[in-house]
Design a protein. Structure first.
Length: 244
């Protein structure tokens, strides 16, 4: 049975994009324009995309957004936009960890292989999420956590998704290293796989995700917050503790 379209937003990276998961399962995506496009082009891009796909905003069943880790400003703008759209239209909002969308873009290996997505690298610490292949899809094995590089589970049957900043000690332990590709299309796919978005948004008995539950995922206290605390007479908050 066809379902109403799903809107997705990805603004955790410098570029960003928006996408629509349509009723027939097709995905239409548009990149944001400009070097820091999420600052000004996000809402116009949503409008352009809906017009091009002939989708009225009130026909949407939910809006999904990548909540990070990522750039502080981009994550905040994306989450704010998603919550605003959801509240305005009276639909649900779905938080999608960036790692889940990245995992969907990597073809699964044979059953038993592991995928480790390493984000928010700082020194020897990473935000690590681990997935296990069932032969058809990567399924989350260990939710995201801030780990020291030595604690990230890697072996000769593990793919590591990480950028150029991942520690060399991590690279050396992985069977294969791939870049972490992130798009609004993958965010839409990740959200559409959730059972909580299959019901019609107007169904009062349906499980409609509450926009209030969509929050930015910051592995560490953002630097801007720490500077604010210091400048206003407080002490900088401590970062989340690392697993040994």
């Amino acid at each position: 049975m066809p379902t109403a379209p799903l809107l997705a937003i990805e603004s955790t990276q410098r570029g960003g994009s928006v996408a629509l998961w349509l009723s027939d399962g097709a995905v239409r995506e548009e990149s944001l324009r400009g070097d820091r496009a999420h600052d000004a082009d996000l809402m116009p891009a949503v409008e352009r995309l809906c017009l091009a796909a002939d989708v009225a905003p009130r026909a949407l069943r939910a809006v999904a957004v990548a909540v990070g880790p990522g750039g502080f400003t981009g994550v905040r703008i994306g989450v704010t936009a998603a919550r605003t759209i959801a509240w305005t239209l009276g639909i649900g909002a779905i938080a999608v960890p960036a790692a889940d969308a990245i995992a969907l873009a990597i073809p699964p290996r044979a059953r038993g292989w592991r995928l480790s997505v390493a984000l928010a690298v700082k020194g020897e610490s990473v935000w690590s999420t681990t997935y296990r292949s069932d032969g058809e899809i990567w399924r989350c094995e260990s939710p995201g956590a801030l780990l020291t590089s030595s604690a990230v589970p890697l072996d000769n049957e593990t793919i590591l998704a990480g950028d150029e900043f991942i520690p060399s000690s991590l690279r050396a332990r992985a069977a294969l290293v791939v870049p972490p590709l992130l798009s609004a299309g993958a965010v839409a796919r990740a959200a559409a796989m959730s059972p909580s978005v299959h019901g019609a948004h107007a169904d009062p008995a349906g499980d409609v995700p509450d926009p209030l539950h969509v929050l930015p995922l910051y592995p560490r206290i953002p630097e801007a917050v720490s500077l604010w605390d210091v400048r206003h007479g407080g002490e900088p908050d401590s970062a989340a503790p690392l697993a040994p």
